[in-house]
Design a protein around this ligand. Structure first.
Ligand SMILES: *Cc1c(COP(=O)(O)O)cnc(C)c1O
Length: 469
Protein backbone atom coordinates (compact mmCIF):
# COMPACT_ATOMS: atom_id res chain seq x y z
CA UNK A 1 0.00 0.00 0.00
CA UNK A 2 1.25 3.46 -0.91
CA UNK A 3 0.11 6.85 0.37
CA UNK A 4 -0.55 10.12 -1.45
CA UNK A 5 -1.33 13.68 -0.44
CA UNK A 6 -4.79 15.24 -0.76
CA UNK A 7 -3.08 18.18 -2.50
CA UNK A 8 -1.46 16.18 -5.25
CA UNK A 9 2.03 15.13 -4.12
CA UNK A 10 2.11 11.61 -5.53
CA UNK A 11 5.61 10.58 -4.40
CA UNK A 12 5.04 6.93 -3.46
CA UNK A 13 5.41 6.57 0.29
CA UNK A 14 4.94 3.51 2.47
CA UNK A 15 3.19 3.47 5.85
CA UNK A 16 6.41 3.79 7.85
CA UNK A 17 7.49 6.77 5.75
CA UNK A 18 4.42 8.74 6.84
CA UNK A 19 4.12 7.30 10.37
CA UNK A 20 6.44 9.84 11.97
CA UNK A 21 5.31 12.77 9.79
CA UNK A 22 2.52 15.29 10.11
CA UNK A 23 1.35 17.09 7.00
CA UNK A 24 2.59 16.10 3.56
CA UNK A 25 5.27 18.47 2.17
CA UNK A 26 2.63 20.20 0.00
CA UNK A 27 0.46 20.95 3.04
CA UNK A 28 -2.03 18.16 2.32
CA UNK A 29 -3.02 15.12 4.37
CA UNK A 30 -1.95 11.58 3.61
CA UNK A 31 -4.43 8.98 2.39
CA UNK A 32 -3.94 5.49 0.97
CA UNK A 33 -3.97 5.33 -2.84
CA UNK A 34 -7.14 3.19 -2.56
CA UNK A 35 -9.40 1.63 0.08
CA UNK A 36 -9.00 -2.17 0.22
CA UNK A 37 -12.40 -3.82 -0.27
CA UNK A 38 -13.71 -6.20 2.36
CA UNK A 39 -16.04 -8.78 0.84
CA UNK A 40 -18.75 -10.89 2.42
CA UNK A 41 -16.46 -13.89 3.00
CA UNK A 42 -13.92 -11.68 4.78
CA UNK A 43 -16.59 -10.11 6.97
CA UNK A 44 -17.74 -13.61 7.96
CA UNK A 45 -14.21 -14.66 8.79
CA UNK A 46 -13.55 -11.49 10.84
CA UNK A 47 -16.81 -11.80 12.79
CA UNK A 48 -15.35 -14.37 15.17
CA UNK A 49 -12.01 -12.66 15.81
CA UNK A 50 -10.75 -11.11 19.02
CA UNK A 51 -10.29 -7.33 18.93
CA UNK A 52 -6.49 -7.68 18.66
CA UNK A 53 -6.75 -10.15 15.76
CA UNK A 54 -9.30 -7.95 14.01
CA UNK A 55 -6.97 -4.98 14.48
CA UNK A 56 -4.12 -6.97 12.95
CA UNK A 57 -6.22 -7.97 9.90
CA UNK A 58 -7.25 -4.37 9.21
CA UNK A 59 -3.80 -2.89 9.84
CA UNK A 60 -2.22 -5.48 7.54
CA UNK A 61 -4.33 -4.21 4.63
CA UNK A 62 -2.65 -0.81 4.94
CA UNK A 63 0.81 -1.64 6.29
CA UNK A 64 3.13 -3.74 4.15
CA UNK A 65 6.43 -2.41 5.44
CA UNK A 66 6.28 -4.07 8.87
CA UNK A 67 6.64 -7.88 8.89
CA UNK A 68 3.32 -9.62 9.61
CA UNK A 69 4.56 -11.33 12.77
CA UNK A 70 5.75 -8.02 14.22
CA UNK A 71 2.50 -6.25 13.35
CA UNK A 72 0.46 -9.01 14.96
CA UNK A 73 2.61 -8.79 18.09
CA UNK A 74 2.15 -5.00 18.28
CA UNK A 75 -1.64 -5.34 17.92
CA UNK A 76 -1.77 -7.99 20.64
CA UNK A 77 0.46 -5.98 22.98
CA UNK A 78 -1.80 -2.93 22.54
CA UNK A 79 -5.36 -4.23 22.77
CA UNK A 80 -5.36 -6.11 26.06
CA UNK A 81 -7.93 -6.49 28.80
CA UNK A 82 -5.34 -5.09 31.22
CA UNK A 83 -5.23 -1.77 29.30
CA UNK A 84 -8.85 -1.47 28.15
CA UNK A 85 -10.74 -3.13 30.98
CA UNK A 86 -12.72 -5.79 29.10
CA UNK A 87 -12.06 -8.69 26.80
CA UNK A 88 -14.28 -7.09 24.12
CA UNK A 89 -12.10 -3.90 24.34
CA UNK A 90 -15.02 -1.79 22.94
CA UNK A 91 -18.16 -3.51 24.33
CA UNK A 92 -21.69 -2.41 23.42
CA UNK A 93 -24.07 -1.22 26.13
CA UNK A 94 -27.74 -1.57 25.15
CA UNK A 95 -29.80 1.55 25.88
CA UNK A 96 -33.06 0.73 24.12
CA UNK A 97 -34.31 -1.37 21.21
CA UNK A 98 -31.76 -0.76 18.41
CA UNK A 99 -29.89 1.92 20.35
CA UNK A 100 -26.45 1.22 21.85
CA UNK A 101 -23.43 2.92 23.32
CA UNK A 102 -20.10 1.60 22.08
CA UNK A 103 -17.66 1.99 24.97
CA UNK A 104 -14.39 3.45 23.65
CA UNK A 105 -13.25 5.15 26.82
CA UNK A 106 -11.96 2.48 29.15
CA UNK A 107 -8.30 3.03 28.31
CA UNK A 108 -5.77 4.71 30.65
CA UNK A 109 -7.03 8.31 30.22
CA UNK A 110 -10.76 7.56 29.99
CA UNK A 111 -11.24 8.98 26.49
CA UNK A 112 -11.45 7.35 23.06
CA UNK A 113 -8.14 8.88 22.01
CA UNK A 114 -6.42 6.05 23.89
CA UNK A 115 -7.76 3.60 21.27
CA UNK A 116 -5.40 5.05 18.65
CA UNK A 117 -2.69 6.62 20.78
CA UNK A 118 -1.83 3.38 22.58
CA UNK A 119 -1.08 1.75 19.23
CA UNK A 120 0.80 4.81 18.02
CA UNK A 121 3.15 4.60 21.03
CA UNK A 122 4.07 1.03 20.13
CA UNK A 123 4.44 1.78 16.42
CA UNK A 124 6.72 4.75 17.19
CA UNK A 125 8.92 2.70 19.52
CA UNK A 126 9.12 -0.11 16.96
CA UNK A 127 9.98 2.07 13.97
CA UNK A 128 12.43 4.33 15.84
CA UNK A 129 14.19 1.23 17.17
CA UNK A 130 14.44 -0.20 13.68
CA UNK A 131 15.97 3.03 12.36
CA UNK A 132 18.15 3.66 15.39
CA UNK A 133 16.57 7.11 15.74
CA UNK A 134 14.99 9.13 18.50
CA UNK A 135 12.00 11.48 18.53
CA UNK A 136 11.09 14.38 20.80
CA UNK A 137 7.34 14.94 20.72
CA UNK A 138 6.34 18.53 21.32
CA UNK A 139 2.70 19.42 21.88
CA UNK A 140 0.23 21.74 23.56
CA UNK A 141 -2.83 20.51 25.37
CA UNK A 142 -5.82 21.80 27.26
CA UNK A 143 -6.65 18.27 28.39
CA UNK A 144 -7.48 15.07 26.49
CA UNK A 145 -4.90 14.83 23.71
CA UNK A 146 -1.91 15.59 25.88
CA UNK A 147 -2.75 13.02 28.50
CA UNK A 148 -3.55 10.34 25.91
CA UNK A 149 -0.18 11.02 24.26
CA UNK A 150 1.72 10.88 27.56
CA UNK A 151 0.10 7.62 28.65
CA UNK A 152 0.88 6.11 25.24
CA UNK A 153 4.53 7.22 25.17
CA UNK A 154 5.49 6.74 28.83
CA UNK A 155 8.46 4.44 29.19
CA UNK A 156 8.79 3.93 25.42
CA UNK A 157 12.34 3.63 24.08
CA UNK A 158 13.57 6.42 21.83
CA UNK A 159 10.63 8.75 22.52
CA UNK A 160 10.43 11.81 24.79
CA UNK A 161 7.34 13.96 25.31
CA UNK A 162 7.39 17.71 26.04
CA UNK A 163 3.79 18.69 26.69
CA UNK A 164 2.82 22.30 27.29
CA UNK A 165 -0.34 23.09 29.25
CA UNK A 166 -1.74 26.32 30.69
CA UNK A 167 -0.58 26.50 34.31
CA UNK A 168 -3.48 26.05 36.72
CA UNK A 169 -6.14 26.05 34.02
CA UNK A 170 -6.85 22.37 33.41
CA UNK A 171 -9.40 20.56 35.56
CA UNK A 172 -7.95 19.14 38.77
CA UNK A 173 -8.58 15.64 37.43
CA UNK A 174 -6.69 16.37 34.20
CA UNK A 175 -3.77 17.95 36.07
CA UNK A 176 -3.56 15.01 38.42
CA UNK A 177 -3.73 12.58 35.54
CA UNK A 178 -0.86 14.13 33.62
CA UNK A 179 1.35 15.42 36.40
CA UNK A 180 1.33 12.19 38.40
CA UNK A 181 3.31 10.41 35.68
CA UNK A 182 6.80 9.76 37.01
CA UNK A 183 8.39 8.41 33.81
CA UNK A 184 11.71 10.03 32.95
CA UNK A 185 10.75 10.46 29.28
CA UNK A 186 7.63 12.52 30.06
CA UNK A 187 8.04 16.28 30.60
CA UNK A 188 5.05 18.33 31.72
CA UNK A 189 5.65 22.03 31.11
CA UNK A 190 3.08 24.19 32.88
CA UNK A 191 3.14 27.50 31.04
CA UNK A 192 2.22 30.75 32.79
CA UNK A 193 -0.47 31.69 30.29
CA UNK A 194 -3.53 30.35 28.48
CA UNK A 195 -3.84 27.50 25.99
CA UNK A 196 -3.28 29.83 23.02
CA UNK A 197 0.09 30.85 24.50
CA UNK A 198 1.07 27.19 24.65
CA UNK A 199 0.01 26.65 21.08
CA UNK A 200 1.88 29.78 19.91
CA UNK A 201 5.08 28.50 21.51
CA UNK A 202 4.70 25.12 19.80
CA UNK A 203 4.14 26.90 16.48
CA UNK A 204 7.12 29.20 16.99
CA UNK A 205 9.43 26.27 17.72
CA UNK A 206 7.90 24.36 14.80
CA UNK A 207 8.90 27.20 12.47
CA UNK A 208 12.48 27.04 13.73
CA UNK A 209 13.59 24.42 11.21
CA UNK A 210 17.16 24.30 12.42
CA UNK A 211 16.04 23.59 15.99
CA UNK A 212 13.51 21.05 14.76
CA UNK A 213 16.02 19.10 12.73
CA UNK A 214 18.77 19.22 15.32
CA UNK A 215 16.53 17.92 18.09
CA UNK A 216 14.33 15.60 16.01
CA UNK A 217 11.10 17.34 17.03
CA UNK A 218 7.84 15.61 16.06
CA UNK A 219 4.14 15.68 16.93
CA UNK A 220 1.25 13.30 17.53
CA UNK A 221 -1.59 15.43 16.22
CA UNK A 222 -4.92 14.18 15.03
CA UNK A 223 -4.06 14.31 11.33
CA UNK A 224 -1.65 11.39 11.74
CA UNK A 225 -2.88 8.61 9.41
CA UNK A 226 -1.89 5.86 11.86
CA UNK A 227 -4.29 7.30 14.45
CA UNK A 228 -7.12 7.31 11.96
CA UNK A 229 -6.34 3.77 10.84
CA UNK A 230 -6.38 2.45 14.41
CA UNK A 231 -9.85 3.95 14.82
CA UNK A 232 -11.23 2.12 11.78
CA UNK A 233 -11.03 -1.11 13.78
CA UNK A 234 -13.71 -0.26 16.33
CA UNK A 235 -16.29 0.49 13.63
CA UNK A 236 -15.90 -3.12 12.49
CA UNK A 237 -15.92 -4.38 16.10
CA UNK A 238 -19.13 -2.43 16.82
CA UNK A 239 -20.79 -3.72 13.67
CA UNK A 240 -20.04 -7.35 14.51
CA UNK A 241 -21.45 -6.97 18.02
CA UNK A 242 -24.67 -5.28 16.88
CA UNK A 243 -25.51 -7.67 14.03
CA UNK A 244 -25.87 -11.39 13.43
CA UNK A 245 -25.25 -11.49 9.69
CA UNK A 246 -23.58 -9.36 7.06
CA UNK A 247 -26.82 -8.40 5.30
CA UNK A 248 -27.66 -6.16 8.28
CA UNK A 249 -26.75 -2.50 8.34
CA UNK A 250 -25.99 -0.23 11.30
CA UNK A 251 -25.53 3.52 11.84
CA UNK A 252 -22.96 5.29 14.00
CA UNK A 253 -23.40 8.58 15.86
CA UNK A 254 -20.09 10.36 16.50
CA UNK A 255 -19.40 13.34 18.80
CA UNK A 256 -17.10 15.31 16.52
CA UNK A 257 -14.47 18.03 16.67
CA UNK A 258 -11.51 17.64 14.34
CA UNK A 259 -13.34 15.05 12.21
CA UNK A 260 -10.79 12.33 13.09
CA UNK A 261 -13.15 9.85 14.69
CA UNK A 262 -15.91 10.02 12.08
CA UNK A 263 -13.34 10.08 9.25
CA UNK A 264 -12.34 6.58 10.40
CA UNK A 265 -16.02 5.61 10.04
CA UNK A 266 -15.94 7.00 6.52
CA UNK A 267 -12.90 4.84 5.74
CA UNK A 268 -14.64 1.74 7.18
CA UNK A 269 -17.69 2.46 5.00
CA UNK A 270 -15.50 2.96 1.91
CA UNK A 271 -13.98 -0.47 2.62
CA UNK A 272 -17.44 -2.00 2.39
CA UNK A 273 -18.57 -2.18 6.01
CA UNK A 274 -22.41 -2.05 5.81
CA UNK A 275 -22.88 1.36 7.45
CA UNK A 276 -26.19 3.07 6.73
CA UNK A 277 -25.59 6.49 8.27
CA UNK A 278 -22.65 8.34 9.79
CA UNK A 279 -24.35 10.77 12.14
CA UNK A 280 -22.07 13.70 12.93
CA UNK A 281 -22.81 15.53 16.19
CA UNK A 282 -21.35 18.90 17.12
CA UNK A 283 -21.84 21.15 20.15
CA UNK A 284 -22.40 24.91 19.84
CA UNK A 285 -19.23 25.01 17.71
CA UNK A 286 -21.16 23.80 14.69
CA UNK A 287 -18.83 24.41 11.75
CA UNK A 288 -19.26 20.79 10.60
CA UNK A 289 -23.02 20.64 11.16
CA UNK A 290 -23.32 23.77 9.05
CA UNK A 291 -21.39 22.10 6.23
CA UNK A 292 -23.42 18.91 6.22
CA UNK A 293 -26.68 20.85 6.25
CA UNK A 294 -25.79 23.56 3.74
CA UNK A 295 -22.55 22.83 1.88
CA UNK A 296 -20.96 25.89 3.43
CA UNK A 297 -17.66 25.36 5.29
CA UNK A 298 -16.97 28.48 7.31
CA UNK A 299 -13.96 28.43 9.61
CA UNK A 300 -14.46 30.41 12.83
CA UNK A 301 -12.11 32.85 14.50
CA UNK A 302 -11.17 32.49 18.15
CA UNK A 303 -13.79 35.10 19.14
CA UNK A 304 -16.51 32.90 17.60
CA UNK A 305 -15.19 29.69 19.11
CA UNK A 306 -17.18 29.06 22.26
CA UNK A 307 -15.95 27.43 25.45
CA UNK A 308 -18.57 24.74 26.10
CA UNK A 309 -19.23 21.92 28.54
CA UNK A 310 -18.06 19.43 25.88
CA UNK A 311 -14.64 21.09 25.56
CA UNK A 312 -12.93 18.47 23.40
CA UNK A 313 -15.30 19.43 20.59
CA UNK A 314 -14.58 23.17 20.82
CA UNK A 315 -12.93 23.58 17.43
CA UNK A 316 -13.01 26.39 14.91
CA UNK A 317 -11.84 24.30 11.95
CA UNK A 318 -11.73 20.54 11.51
CA UNK A 319 -8.21 19.40 10.70
CA UNK A 320 -9.19 16.03 9.19
CA UNK A 321 -12.08 17.33 7.10
CA UNK A 322 -9.89 17.75 4.01
CA UNK A 323 -9.64 13.96 3.73
CA UNK A 324 -13.38 13.55 3.29
CA UNK A 325 -13.69 16.47 0.87
CA UNK A 326 -10.91 14.92 -1.26
CA UNK A 327 -12.96 11.71 -1.56
CA UNK A 328 -16.18 13.66 -2.11
CA UNK A 329 -14.54 15.50 -5.01
CA UNK A 330 -13.59 12.11 -6.45
CA UNK A 331 -10.00 12.66 -5.43
CA UNK A 332 -9.49 15.82 -7.44
CA UNK A 333 -6.28 17.05 -5.76
CA UNK A 334 -6.17 20.31 -7.69
CA UNK A 335 -9.66 21.24 -6.51
CA UNK A 336 -8.91 20.13 -2.95
CA UNK A 337 -5.70 22.15 -2.87
CA UNK A 338 -7.62 25.18 -4.12
CA UNK A 339 -10.34 24.89 -1.48
CA UNK A 340 -8.11 24.22 1.52
CA UNK A 341 -5.17 26.37 0.47
CA UNK A 342 -5.99 29.88 -0.80
CA UNK A 343 -9.77 29.89 -0.23
CA UNK A 344 -9.48 28.87 3.41
CA UNK A 345 -6.61 31.27 4.01
CA UNK A 346 -8.12 34.32 2.31
CA UNK A 347 -11.86 33.88 2.54
CA UNK A 348 -12.17 31.73 5.66
CA UNK A 349 -14.04 28.97 3.91
CA UNK A 350 -15.83 27.74 0.80
CA UNK A 351 -19.20 26.45 -0.35
CA UNK A 352 -19.96 23.29 -2.30
CA UNK A 353 -23.11 23.50 -4.36
CA UNK A 354 -25.39 21.60 -6.70
CA UNK A 355 -24.39 18.13 -7.83
CA UNK A 356 -21.15 18.29 -5.85
CA UNK A 357 -22.88 18.87 -2.53
CA UNK A 358 -25.68 16.43 -3.40
CA UNK A 359 -23.10 13.66 -3.45
CA UNK A 360 -22.65 13.95 0.36
CA UNK A 361 -25.79 11.85 0.91
CA UNK A 362 -24.19 8.98 -0.99
CA UNK A 363 -21.47 8.84 1.67
CA UNK A 364 -24.04 8.30 4.43
CA UNK A 365 -23.39 11.57 6.28
CA UNK A 366 -26.07 13.42 8.23
CA UNK A 367 -25.55 15.83 11.12
CA UNK A 368 -26.96 17.78 14.02
CA UNK A 369 -25.93 20.04 16.88
CA UNK A 370 -26.42 20.02 20.62
CA UNK A 371 -26.31 22.76 23.26
CA UNK A 372 -25.45 22.87 26.94
CA UNK A 373 -29.15 22.51 27.82
CA UNK A 374 -29.44 19.47 25.50
CA UNK A 375 -26.36 17.93 27.09
CA UNK A 376 -27.66 18.32 30.62
CA UNK A 377 -31.12 17.00 29.67
CA UNK A 378 -29.64 14.02 27.82
CA UNK A 379 -27.29 13.10 30.69
CA UNK A 380 -30.23 13.31 33.11
CA UNK A 381 -32.54 11.23 30.91
CA UNK A 382 -29.92 8.52 30.30
CA UNK A 383 -29.31 8.24 34.05
CA UNK A 384 -32.89 8.42 35.34
CA UNK A 385 -34.62 6.37 32.67
CA UNK A 386 -31.88 4.01 31.44
CA UNK A 387 -29.54 3.85 34.44
CA UNK A 388 -26.48 4.74 32.35
CA UNK A 389 -24.12 7.58 33.23
CA UNK A 390 -22.65 9.35 30.20
CA UNK A 391 -20.22 12.21 29.71
CA UNK A 392 -21.12 15.54 28.03
CA UNK A 393 -19.52 14.65 24.65
CA UNK A 394 -21.31 11.32 24.46
CA UNK A 395 -24.49 13.19 25.39
CA UNK A 396 -24.08 15.39 22.31
CA UNK A 397 -23.81 12.19 20.26
CA UNK A 398 -26.87 10.60 21.85
CA UNK A 399 -28.97 13.75 21.44
CA UNK A 400 -28.24 13.96 17.71
CA UNK A 401 -28.49 10.17 17.25
CA UNK A 402 -32.12 10.30 18.40
CA UNK A 403 -32.92 12.75 15.59
CA UNK A 404 -31.75 10.33 12.91
CA UNK A 405 -32.92 6.88 13.99
CA UNK A 406 -34.35 4.58 11.33
CA UNK A 407 -36.59 1.65 12.09
CA UNK A 408 -34.78 -1.68 12.15
CA UNK A 409 -31.31 -0.16 11.87
CA UNK A 410 -29.26 -0.36 15.07
CA UNK A 411 -27.76 3.01 16.01
CA UNK A 412 -24.40 2.88 17.81
CA UNK A 413 -23.45 6.03 19.73
CA UNK A 414 -19.68 6.22 20.19
CA UNK A 415 -18.84 6.95 23.81
CA UNK A 416 -15.84 9.28 23.57
CA UNK A 417 -15.09 9.87 27.27
CA UNK A 418 -16.14 8.68 30.73
CA UNK A 419 -18.20 10.99 32.97
CA UNK A 420 -15.47 10.93 35.65
CA UNK A 421 -13.50 13.46 33.59
CA UNK A 422 -16.27 16.05 33.65
CA UNK A 423 -17.49 16.21 37.22
CA UNK A 424 -18.86 19.78 37.05
CA UNK A 425 -21.37 19.08 34.29
CA UNK A 426 -22.34 15.73 35.82
CA UNK A 427 -22.99 17.47 39.14
CA UNK A 428 -25.14 20.03 37.39
CA UNK A 429 -27.15 17.36 35.57
CA UNK A 430 -27.49 14.76 38.29
CA UNK A 431 -26.71 16.49 41.56
CA UNK A 432 -24.10 13.88 42.35
CA UNK A 433 -20.49 12.99 41.67
CA UNK A 434 -19.75 10.90 38.58
CA UNK A 435 -18.62 7.32 39.00
CA UNK A 436 -14.86 6.91 38.89
CA UNK A 437 -13.01 3.70 37.93
CA UNK A 438 -11.45 2.05 40.99
CA UNK A 439 -7.92 2.37 39.60
CA UNK A 440 -8.22 6.16 39.67
CA UNK A 441 -9.41 6.61 43.24
CA UNK A 442 -7.06 8.96 45.07
CA UNK A 443 -5.45 10.21 41.86
CA UNK A 444 -5.33 13.78 43.19
CA UNK A 445 -3.22 12.70 46.19
CA UNK A 446 -0.35 11.28 44.12
CA UNK A 447 2.95 13.18 43.93
CA UNK A 448 3.22 15.47 40.91
CA UNK A 449 6.04 16.06 38.49
CA UNK A 450 5.98 19.20 36.35
CA UNK A 451 7.98 22.37 35.63
CA UNK A 452 6.51 25.85 35.55
CA UNK A 453 7.85 28.08 32.77
CA UNK A 454 6.95 31.58 31.57
CA UNK A 455 5.10 31.93 28.23
CA UNK A 456 8.37 32.46 26.41
CA UNK A 457 9.42 30.32 23.44
CA UNK A 458 13.12 30.85 24.18
CA UNK A 459 12.78 29.48 27.70
CA UNK A 460 10.88 26.43 26.44
CA UNK A 461 13.51 25.91 23.78
CA UNK A 462 16.26 26.00 26.38
CA UNK A 463 14.37 23.52 28.56
CA UNK A 464 14.08 21.09 25.66
CA UNK A 465 17.75 21.49 24.72
CA UNK A 466 18.86 20.58 28.22
CA UNK A 467 16.47 17.64 28.59
CA UNK A 468 16.47 15.94 25.21
CA UNK A 469 19.44 13.64 25.47
C1 LIG B 1 -11.14 14.43 20.75
C2 LIG B 1 -12.52 14.23 21.29
C3 LIG B 1 -13.68 14.36 20.50
C4 LIG B 1 -13.62 14.81 19.04
O1 LIG B 1 -13.06 13.83 18.21
P1 LIG B 1 -12.51 14.23 16.76
O2 LIG B 1 -11.78 13.03 16.29
O3 LIG B 1 -11.62 15.42 16.95
O4 LIG B 1 -13.71 14.56 15.91
C5 LIG B 1 -14.90 14.10 21.06
N1 LIG B 1 -15.02 13.75 22.36
C6 LIG B 1 -13.93 13.62 23.16
C7 LIG B 1 -14.14 13.25 24.58
C8 LIG B 1 -12.65 13.83 22.66
O5 LIG B 1 -11.58 13.71 23.47
Amino acid sequence: MKYLSTRGDGTPRGFCDILLEGLAPDGGLYLPTHYPQVDEATLSRWRGLSYADLAYEILALYIDDIPAADLRRLAHATYTQATFGTEAITPLVRLEEDLYLQALSNGPTLAFKDMAMQLLGRLFEYELGRRGEELNILGATSGDTGSAAEYAMRGKQGVRVFMLSPHGRMSSFQQAQMFSLQDANIHNLAIEGVFDDCQDIVKALGNDLEFKRRHRIGTVNSINWARLLAQVVYYFAGYFQATRGNAERVSFAVPSGNFGNICAGHVARMMGLPIEQLVLATNENDVLDEFFRTGRYRVRGSAQTFETSSPSMDISKASNFERFVFDLLQRDAVRTAGLFGPLLAHEGGFTLEGAEFARVAGYGFVSGRSTHADRVATIRDAWRRLGVMIDPHTADGLKVAREHRRKGVPMLVLETALPAKFADTLREALGREPERPAALQGLEELPRRFSVLPADAQRVKRYIETHCS
